[in-house]
Design a protein around this ligand. Structure first.
Ligand code: SAH
Length: 210
């Protein structure tokens, strides 16, 4: 079956998660096969995680959709992603941010290199992939409108909430064995909302797991 047909079917499947149309349209505009290894091409539009090498995974499309939906990304935003992996999630956010910019941090250099390559092939020009320990955020471009964390942290990290603008939002999976996805909104304080159980690879780093 052709990628385009599979992509349309995936979008129909994502509707059961009540994802807003803007997010669905961003997903529809990203050729996911460009972010998936050669030996997983036939599964490029399956709604589950896939191995991308170095023991890491590209998240399932519904998880990317749910996180983008929670972040409520609009045109022009400056966004930090922790855990660039294949670059796919950053590509979807790049469509949602339009004239904005995504800084995507990845600790494994080989993955960062292939993420850059994948993004280039997909024609995405508003993502910068940086090799760093994202558990410390990325202070040089802070503050951010939105922060999206794609690896499970030990707690909601102050390093990240400190780098959010007032009015900004963060999505972050928290926990080692049982993980919960949190939506954090920074106002005059910090509002935390639990959004359900999830499964992510661990965030490894100074403020992450060892
Ligand atoms: N968003 C990715 C999936 C990421 S999987 C995609 O769309 O493909 C989680 C990624 O987080 C892995 O690539 C892992 O290497 C990375 N990671 C783990 N700890 C990290 C840290 N402290 N800083 C940056 N990246 C980290």
């Amino acid at each position: 079956m052709e990628f385009e047909i599979k992509r349309k079917r995936l979008i129909e499947g994502l509707r059961q998660h009540n994802i807003n149309e803007r997010v669905l349209s961003a997903i529809e505009r990203i050729p996911r096969q460009l972010f998936v290894p050669d030996n997983e091409q036939e599964n490029a539009y399956a709604d589950h995680p896939l191995p991308i090498g170095c023991g890491q995974t590209i998240s399932a499309p519904h998880m990317v959709a749910i996180m983008c939906d929670l972040l409520d990304i609009s045109d022009g935003m400056k966004i930090l992603e922790i855990g660039a992996g294949s670059g796919y999630h950053a590509a979807v956010m790049a469509k949602l941010a339009g004239s904005g910019h995504i800084y995507a941090v990845e600790r494994i250099e080989a993955l960062a290199l292939s993420a850059r390559d994948n993004l280039k092939k997909a024609g995405i020009t508003n993502v910068t992939v940086i090799v760093e320990d994202g558990s410390l955020g990325l202070p040089q471009f802070a503050p951010y409108d939105r922060i999206s964390v794609a690896a499970a942290a030990p707690e909601i990290l102050d390093t990240l909430t400190d780098q959010l603008k007032v009015g900004g939002k963060l999505v972050i999976p928290v926990g080692r064995l049982y993980q919960e996805l949190y939506l954090v909104t920074k106002t005059d304080g910090i509002k935390k909302e639990a959004k359900g159980g999830v499964v992510f690879v661990p965030l490894i780093g100074k403020k992450g797991f060892s």
